[in-house]
Design a protein around this ligand. Structure first.
Ligand code: PLP
Length: 392
């Protein structure tokens, strides 16, 4: 199975059929499992074998299909499916760390990831050093012999700054630290994170994997030893496991994942090109464009620009709101990776909690718009953005 291409695995990978031999993956919407005898129950609690289950918090056949398909897609040995992206980020970090450990984290983090790094880990005695993720010299200066892990988003939200996975991994591995990557913006379609040195890769599958705005999910990917030995005991006892229903929705989402992400990327590129140099914009950020300061790294690391772009409208919040309110195709929301194009004003929504100084440090101006490009006709999207800019 693993020798097949990503696209084939997205359709067939991990499929397990019941005695009915159904075409579409079955939803095993069950909390538990029946044992034929008391001896069978005892034996299964002593050692749970392949394709044997005890309780849905520990594992479930539909969830197992999702985990196997995600692991095949990413080129990981194994994966643990989680209730949300945040359950995955929390599980990846908390399952590994203990009081007295040190980690180094990029500063540009999704709000809830920042909360875990800044508030929760420190509360439990983990020492956290924040660095500018794009600056390898800062990673080099921050790692110590007792650094247990490094953590970063490979492409940051919302300013689409990349972290060089191979470069950070080389630095982290010098001191034996594990490299934990939140890879949402890079997408599992373009990711080669394990080849580039990541030890653990985390996704919010709420984003591109579901891709149709239906349900939350997350996954932690890594070696079999790490996932079953470190991650699973933490997750199954603390309750962050994925529901079988959500696993089923997202398994079906994976069948079309690559088609959607590639179409979204093409439209994002077309939109970025149409906006480059527009007189109402002070900058356009798209990693697939030669104007992006890390374009070469984006091409080396991902081979594509991704499905997201951002642009700064001259005139601050007032101009940004006028633009958003004039959009007719794109919707105003805060998810990303969706089939529907979504426009977000980070300064007043996703990054509202930060102080103006913190936002300035991350390059989040009052005129900045984050654009998650969907699968609508790209000419319609370009027309929509241009007419909304004309209204500014
Ligand atoms: C959305 C997101 C998360 C959190 O995922 P949820 O599914 O919303 O819990 C974590 N990291 C990044 C980069 C995200 O975009």
């Amino acid at each position: 199975m693993s020798k097949r291409s990503k696209q084939t695995n997205l359709v067939h990978g991990g499929t397990k059929r019941s005695q009915w031999n159904e075409v579409s993956e079955a939803i095993f919407l069950t909390q538990g499992f029946v044992y034929d005898t008391a001896e069978d129950a005892e034996a299964r609690f002593i050692k749970t074998g392949e394709d044997e289950y005890i309780y849905a918090r520990y594992g479930n056949p539909t969830v197992a299909m999702f985990e196997e398909r995600m692991a095949l897609l990413e080129g990981a040995e194994d994966g643990f499916a989680c209730a949300s992206g945040m359950a995955a980020v929390n599980g990846a970090l908390m399952s590994l760390l203990k009081a007295g450990d040190h980690i180094v984290s990029a500063r540009a983090l999704f709000g809830s990831c920042l909360y875990i790094a800044e508030e929760i880990l420190t509360r439990y005695g983990v020492d956290v050093t924040f660095v500018d993720g794009a600056d390898l010299a800062q990673w080099q200066a921050a790692v110590r012999p007792d650094t247990k892990a490094v953590f970063f988003e490979s492409m940051s939200n919302p300013t689409l700054e990349l972290v060089d996975i191979a470069g950070v991994a080389e630095i982290a591995h010098q001191v034996g630290a594990k490299v934990i990557v939140d890879n949402v913006f890079s997408t599992p379609i373009y990711s080669k994170a394990f080849e580039q040195g990541a030890d653990v890769v985390v996704y919010s599958t709420t984003k591109h994997v579901d891709g149709q705005g239906r349900c939350l999910g997350g996954v932690i990917l890594g070696t079999k030893e790490h996932i079953r030995g470190v991650v699973e005991p933490y997750m199954k006892h603390t309750g962050g496991s994925m529901s079988p229903f959500n696993a089923w929705v997202q398994l079906k989402g994976m069948e079309t994942l690559s088609l959607r992400v590639k179409a979204q990327t093409a439209s994002a590129g077309a939109l970025a090109a149409a906006l480059e140099g527009h007189d109402k914009l002070t900058r356009v950020i798209f990693p697939g464009a030669a104007s992006h300061p890390q374009h070469d790294l984006a091409m080396r690391q991902l081979g594509a620009g991704g499905t997201m772009l951002a642009f700064e409208i001259a005139g601050g919040k007032e101009a940004a709101f006028r633009f958003l309110n004039a959009l007719e195709v794109a919707i105003i929301s805060n998810n990303l990776g969706d089939a529907k194009t979504i426009a977000t004003h980070p300064a007043t929504t996703t990054h509202q909690r930060l102080t103006p100084e913190q936002r300035a440090q991350l390059g989040i101006g009052d005129g900045l718009i984050r654009f998650s490009v969907g699968i609508e006709d790209s000419d319609d999207l370009i027309d929509d953005v241009l007419q909304a800019l004309a209204a500014v």
